[in-house]
Structures are given as structure tokens and as C-alpha cells.
Design a protein around this ligand. Structure first.
Ligand code: DGY
Length: 431
């Protein structure tokens, strides 16, 4: 690993550190984002274990009483971002959004604990009930089919905001009551890389539905305008439940272990709901129409990370990966390049995200697909070396897309570097 880039990555995290929490990138994302923060902790762990734990602890300080963990925490208002706290109106202190994000935090805490040689028992014991409460919130409010899968009620919850998977279910959303608004992202980033006005109108319509119903999550899951079983959140929660189980075992929480084992079994069985036989891949499914999205995305390959898929399903996914890798220079594009809406620079419709690469590579490595794991890890490093620490990268040219000096990209670089230097990590042997 390159020492200058290690130094630069540390500088990015330090510059984006607002004291106990880190912004994804200055300007475009000026608050604490849920899953960004978790990945950032993984990066801090490469040079400051204490700060790494602090990042996750600060995140959970904004947890609601029922276990819900918001996707944005507005510690300090910033008029440069839309939609800010005055739009969400969740009536919380600190102010937060009313939706959640992929539950990767338990896996990150597990990695921090391992990286510290399984010390930090007190910190682990203190954060564990909060992680469990969040997972229970998912099991209670976001599993309407009782299959151990995860319902997303807003495209922003999936973290893959603008994935074409959401186009068909979003197209029928009524946007006639959306209040006038002014976007701030377009003055900061090339508009060709950002979601369209139609997308934003729909994001706002769904937000207003939640706000009009006082962020009643049971009601939103039952009647909200967007209800998609997301393949990404489902795989991430399944993996996080496995990591939480391992923490619960270490803490001697026998009853919780039983509960988590049951939940894991339920998801392992229920995952077949997301199998799209025609494409030979796991895809998100709309529970309003019952239809598969019919689109392979980078999240389709998170089954390896979640430890699911029978031999035939895995073989079919690898065949898809062979096809995709023949179409692009760098892996792993966020949308299948053979899909008509693939766009190599548009948000979640083609570009590569280092955090998804890290999870997919780690899963492939754990499940014995070493050459693809290595290829994805190598491509991630090649992209950083070529273009710097961007939010995402074009899979055809390697050019950086979206925001620059991006925290979670720097964090993944630091994580891979720490592994290179013999550090412990949850990417087993992938760098
Ligand atoms: C945005 O504002 O683009 C965010 O991704 C929402 O979380």
C-alpha cells in the first residue's frame, strides 16, 4: 500500500471530523449519516481505535426510544443541505431524519472489537443492547411478510438512492402535493451525476407521507407509497445478525443468542423470495405489485457476504459476474451494464462504490471465491490510485464521480491498508 495515500486518507477523515462524528464529505453531505459513519469507524480503526469506537457511539446517541436509528443526525444545522431538519420535522433532539439506513453497524462493531484484539469489553457491552434494539426494530417494523427480510420505505433507506430498481415502483407515486423546494446538491456536483427532478419529487412525496403520519413506522410500513423488500438491506441485516450473535455469545447473553439464531434461520429460509429465476440472481421485490425489480445490481452479490444461496444460485451469480466483468474495466458496477438504463456516471446507475466492493469482496473471500474477491479488492485500490478518494467511480474509465475527498472511500482504503500491514479485519484475505 502507498504511504502517501494512507496519509491522504487520514487527512480526509481528520478534515471531515466534526468532533465525535464525521461528515461523508464537506458541502454535499454536511451531517452524520448512519451507514457512512459505520464504515468511517472501520477506517479510523486503522490508526485510532478510540476515535473509531467514538464514531459509532455518537451515532447511537441519536437512537430513538423504540430502537430506530435514523439515517441522518443533524447535530448542527446547515442551510447548504436539502432536505434539512425543518423539512423532516421528527421533533427529536438532536434533530434527525425519519427513515433509517442499511444496518451495517453491528458488523462494524464486531470488526472493531476483533481489530482491538477482543479488548474493549466495556465498550462492547455498552453498545450491544443498542445494536440489538435496532435489529429488533427491523424485525418488528420492517418484516411485513414474516420471512426475515427487510422492507425499505424510501429509496434513501437502501443507501442506493437512485438505483433503477426503484424506477417502476416510484413511477406510480403521486407527486402532486409536493411542496415547492430548492435542491442544493446541484450547485455542488455535476447534475449529470445526480438524481433527476422526477426522482427528487418522489423522494419528497414519500418523505411528506411519513411526516404527515408523525413518523409512525408501523403505519408507514403498512400504507406508505414505497414498499420494497431491498436485497441490499436484507443481506446486510442477515450478516449483521450473524455478527451480533457472535457478540452476544462473547457477552454470555444466552437468551438473545436463541432469538438471533431463530431470526437468522428465518432469513436463510425467506431469502428465496428475492430470487429472480429469470435473471438467476437475488433482486429486490416490490410488495405492492409482488414483482421482482428484474435488475441485477451490485447488491445482488451481497448474498456471499450474508452467507446464503445454494450451489446452483451461487454458480448462477458467478456466471453473471463473469458476464459483467467482461463489459467493464473495473468491478463492481452498481447496475448491470447490460441493463438499458445503465449509465456509467449517474448516481447508483453504474458507478462503483468502495463500500459495496468491500462487502462483496469480503463475502466472496469467505465463501471461497478468492480470485473474484482479489479482483474486486485490487480494482478498488486501482481506482483510488488513479482518481483519488471520490464518492464513486466510473466502471469504464475509472474517473471519480459525485463528491470528492469522501470519508467512506478513505476509510475503505485505510481498512485495506491495515490489512496489508497484518491488521485484523473483516475482509478476510481479500486485499
Ligand atoms: C442525499 O441527500 O442525496 C442523500 O443520499 C439522502 O440520504
Amino acid at each position: 500500500m502507498n504511504d502517501n495515500l494512507f496519509k491522504k486518507a487520514v487527512e480526509i477523515l481528520t478534515a471531515n471530523d466534526r468532533g465525535g462524528y464525521t461528515v461523508p464529505t464537506a458541502g454535499l453531505y454536511p451531517f452524520q449519516w448512519n451507514w457512512d459513519s459505520a464504515f468511517v469507524a472501520l477506517g479510523f480503526a486503522a490508526f485510532d481505535q478510540n476515535r473509531a469506537w467514538r464514531e459509532v457511539e455518537t451515532l447511537f446517541e441519536a437512537q430513538w426510544d423504540d430502537g430506530f436509528l435514523p439515517h441522518i443526525i443533524f447535530h448542527v444545522d446547515d442551510p447548504g443541505y436539502f432536505p434539512g431538519p425543518s423539512v423532516w420535522r421528527t421533533q427529536k433532539t438532536p434533530a434527525t431524519s425519519g427513515i433509517t439506513q442499511p444496518p451495517v453497524a453491528a458488523s462494524i462493531v464486531h470488526a472493531l472489537w476483533e481489530a482491538g484484539g477482543r479488548d474493549n469489553h466495556d465498550r462492547l457491552a455498552a453498545i450491544y443492547p443498542k445494536l440489538l434494539a435496532w435489529h429488533r426494530w427491523f424485525h418488528r417494523y420492517r418484516d411485513p411478510l414474516g420471512k426475515g427480510l427487510v422492507l425499505a420505505t424510501h429509496p434513501w433507506e437502501t443507501g442506493r438512492d437512485n438505483s433503477p430498481e426503484w424506477d417502476a415502483p416510484s413511477a406510480v407515486i403521486d407527486t402532486s402535493q409536493v411542496e415547492p423546494y430548492e435542491r442544493r446538491d446541484l450547485v455542488l456536483v455535476n447534475h449529470e451525476m445526480r438524481p433527476s427532478k422526477d426522482d427528487y419529487d418522489r423522494y419528497l412525496a414519500i418523505l411528506q407521507f411519513g411526516r404527515d403520519h408523525q413518523w409512525d413506522h408501523a403505519l408507514i410500513a403498512e400504507k406508505g407509497p414505497f414498499r420494497m423488500i431491498d436485497v441490499g438491506m436484507t443481506m446486510i441485516l442477515l450478516r449483521a445478525n450473524r455478527d451480533l450473535l457472535s457478540i452476544a455469545q462473547a457477552l454470555g447473553r444466552e437468551k438473545d443468542c436463541e432469538e438471533l439464531r431463530k431470526q437468522i434461520k428465518l432469513s436463510e429460509k425467506g431469502i428465496s423470495y428475492l430470487w429472480d429465476g429469470e435473471l438467476g440472481a437475488f433482486c429486490s421485490r416490490d410488495i405492492i405489485s409482488g414483482r421482482s425489480s428484474g435488475i441485477i445490481t451490485s447488491a445482488s452479490f451481497l448474498n456471499f457476504y450474508a452467507g446464503v444461496g445454494d450451489a446452483l444460485q451461487r454458480a448462477s451469480l458467478i456466471t453473471n459476474l463473469d458476464r459483467i466483468s467482461a463489459r467493464v474495466r473495473y468491478l463492481l458496477p452498481s447496475t448491470d451494464p447490460d441493463f438499458k438504463k445503465f449509465n456509467s456516471i449517474l448516481y447508483w446507475r453504474g458507478p462503483i462504490w468502495a463500500v459495496i466492493n468491500q462487502m462483496v469482496a469480503s463475502g466472496l473471500s469467505e465463501q471461497g471465491y478468492q480470485s473474484y474477491a482479489q479482483r474486486i479488492a485490487d480494482d478498488t485500490c486501482a481506482l483510488v490510485k488513479k482518481s483519488g478518494f471520490y464518492e464513486a467511480y466510473c466502471p469504464l474509465t475509472g474517473v471519480g464521480t459525485g463528491g470528492a475527498e469522501f470519508s467512506w472511500t478513505a476509510a475503505i482504503w485505510l481498512h485495506l491498508s491495515a490489512q496489508d500491514r497484518g491488521g485484523k479485519s473483516f475482509v478476510k484475505g481479500a486485499a
